[in-house]
Design a protein around this ligand. Structure first.
Ligand code: ADP
Length: 615
């Protein structure tokens, strides 16, 4: 495993930003766009984690095709129902729920017959439903025979027509009704009330607690469908074989229309099975009765899981690179794919799309970030190297000039008999050139050591004026050669504390740059002025100048502007980086203003009379 250097804060922040953006995109897009994927995943999990078939406490008594055919068709519902109830009661069920809306008055005689049958039915639960702006309830003569009234959801064809939930409560016109399945369950359990826990998340019926967090106006109950369906007997078969009524003993009976031709509420369950509304109600009852609840994961849990996934992706790419990072991110992706499965085992529905999109986006984001930042690093180090080589090339080239002079002079002295005067002149030249060479080498070494923080800087007081004057004297011949006029505008008498040689190097550098990067017949102005606690030493020229982008880079080692390179002036791009380091080591700073084609002003700002720090 290859571990890497720590990242700088800025890069780390950018990295965190990329991952956070990934998570944000995942969250917004998943919640809005991918409910289909989540539904698909939900159906898949439900199908693959089916509980073993259990003995149901409910049974459906169906008004099926055959019943309608033998008993007179749809117009005879009330007669059929009255007849069915009498036969059902013979089986002594515990409760009977009728999933039919009996809101209209019919033939009086028929209604009276049905009312009688209802009165004889133990624990009868009737249905109501929302129509328009109100509730459609059974007519009073029926209503009074029932112990409870439960809502049947008006067919809720959600986006894909699969019935996954029933609302446990519905409110219309300020009147709230509990679901038919829930009321039947309450009556079945012999409970008097459906209690709401104060946190609004659970309902309590007898000793059973039903997780029912609100989702908008609903409290959806996710139905844990019994794959084998709910047992059923048809009214027609009860007629032909009354003994079948014994199947109903002690059960919750759901009566409803199942005939294809008549049932208006047929839906598909997540297993892909076609199902009449009455069976869906019975299935919901079974879910309550079995206590096999599924609830959607809370938002904070979802956010926490996504956060952990994103953090994991970030950590992998922060700590590792190459194969290890790929292997671990593959593992992370697999883990993210199994998050919804693990939650499902605990009865919690986790948005599948969110887990995987967070994982994918953060892994891809982190990997891309790593790739591009490594590439950039490589590129900068390559160009650093190239520039460094250039600089070395230049230095050796520069060294050659004094070396050639020394070599030539010493050879002449050895080979010929020279006059004393000539000999003296040559000795002087050798001395001067070797000193120049030594100075060059010393500066390079000093600066390298300075930048690595190894050098003890001198700290002595000296008059700032002397430093500037000596630099100006040295530069004057260069300026004259280029026909540039050099002006000293004003010089302050302040004392500076620090390393005189280094500061002289800095000022000299600014002056030579001003001369180097200015055309003939221009002016260079130098001044030093006291400004509060600081001394400002500035060099102003009328030269080639720089644009804002170039200004940002000139203090980088080996950087040269294109114009500077084109000017034909020799340079390494090291000078200013050294100047800046020297100034910073003296607790000072640099200011530069420049305009292309107009000129530049470089200012060194130093604490006047304040001790220089050694770093
Ligand atoms: P060098 O002069 O050896 O190239 P420096 O580090 O001294 O290196 O300067 C870096 C670059 O900054 C120069 O190459 C040049 O492009 C730019 N520069 C410095 N001083 C001036 C100036 N007075 N006018 C215009 N450009 C300048």
């Amino acid at each position: 495993m290859k571990s890497k250097k720590r990242w700088p804060a800025k890069r780390l922040a950018a990295f965190a930003g990329v991952i956070a953006a990934g998570v944000a995109i995942a969250m917004t897009s998943s919640w809005a766009l991918t409910s289909r994927l989540n539904n698909y995943a939900y159906d898949f999990l439900l199908d693959h984690m089916r509980p073993a078939p259990w003995t149901t406490d409910s049974i459906v008594v169906s008004i099926d095709e055959e019943t309608l055919q033998t008993m007179g068709g749809q117009r005879e519902y009330r007669a059929i129902l009255a007849d069915a109830l009498t036969r059902i009661n013979a089986g002594k069920p515990r409760t009977v729920a009728i999933d039919m809306i009996l809101a209209d008055r019919g033939d009086d005689q028929l209604d009276a017959r049905l009312e009688k049958a209802m009165l004889a039915t133990p624990n009868l639960v009737l249905s109501c439903e929302i129509v328009g702006n109100g509730w459609e309830d059974p007519i009073p003569r029926f209503r009074q025979t029932a112990v409870a009234l439960g809502e049947v959801y008006s067919v809720r064809r959600k986006e894909d027509g699969v019935s996954r939930v029933v609302p446990l409560e519905q409110t219309q016109g300020k009147v709230r009704r509990w679901a038919l399945a829930l009321e039947t369950f309450r009556v079945f359990r012999g409970a008097r009330f459906i209690e709401e826990e104060s946190n609004d998340n659970n309902l309590v019926v007898a000793d059973s607690r039903i997780p029912a967090p609100r989702e908008g106006a609903d409290r959806p109950l996710w139905i844990r469908y019994r794959y084998e369906g709910i047992p059923s007997v048809s009214v027609a078969s009860l007629r032909t074989n009354p003994a079948l009524a014994s199947k109903l003993t002690g059960k919750a009976v759901f009566v409803g229309v199942t005939a294809m031709s008549a049932a208006r509420d047929r839906l598909v369950n997540p297993y892909g099975q076609d199902m009449p509304g009455v069976e869906i109600n019975a299935q919901a009852f079974e879910t309550l009765q079995q206590g096999r609840f599924l609830t959607p994961a809370r938002n904070y849990a979802v956010i926490a899981v996504c956060f952990i996934i994103a953090m994991a992706a970030g950590t992998i790419f922060y700590l590792m690179s190459g194969w290890w990072s790929y292997i671990l991110s593959a593992a992370l992706l697999i883990a993210a794919h199994s998050v919804p499965v693990i939650f499902f085992l605990g009865g919690i529905i986790f948005p599948y799309s969110l887990a995987i999109s967070t994982a994918w986006l953060s892994v891809v984001g982190a990997a891309a970030f790593q790739y591009f930042s490594t590439r950039r690093e490589l590129r900068t180090s390559q160009s650093d190297k190239a520039r460094y080589q250039e600089a070395i090339h230049f230095v050796t080239h520069e060294m050659r000039t004094p070396l050639t002079a020394i070599q030539g002079s010493s050879e002449l002295m050895g080979r010929y008999n020279l006059t004393d005067d000539k000999r003296k002149q040559m000795a002087q030249m050798i001395n001067m050139e070797s000193k120049r060479l030594a100075r060059m080498v010393q500066t390079f070494l000093d600066v390298e050591r300075l930048s690595e923080g190894q050098m003890e800087m001198k700290r002595e007081p000296f008059p700032s004026r002397l430093v500037i004057e000596s630099c100006v004297d040295r530069v004057r011949p260069l300026a004259e050669r280029k026909q540039i006029q050099l002006f000293v505008d004003s010089l302050s008498d302040d004392t500076l504390l620090g390393d005189r040689e280094l500061l002289e190097y800095a000022v000299y550098n600014l002056l030579t740059n001003a001369v180097k990067y200015s055309p003939a017949e221009t002016e260079v102005h130098v001044e030093s002025v006291r400004d509060g606690d600081s001394l400002r030493v500035s060099v102003r020229d009328q030269g080639i100048g720089m644009n804002a982008k170039e200004l940002r880079s000139i203090f980088k080692k080996f950087y040269r502007t294109k114009k500077a390179e084109a000017s034909g002036e020799a340079g390494t791009g090291i000078g200013l980086s050294i100047v800046e380091q020297i100034v910073v080591h003296h607790s000072g700073r640099m200011e530069v203003s420049s305009e292309p084609g107009k000129g530049s002003t470089f200012t060194i700002i130093l604490p006047a009379g304040v001790t220089a720090t050694t770093k």
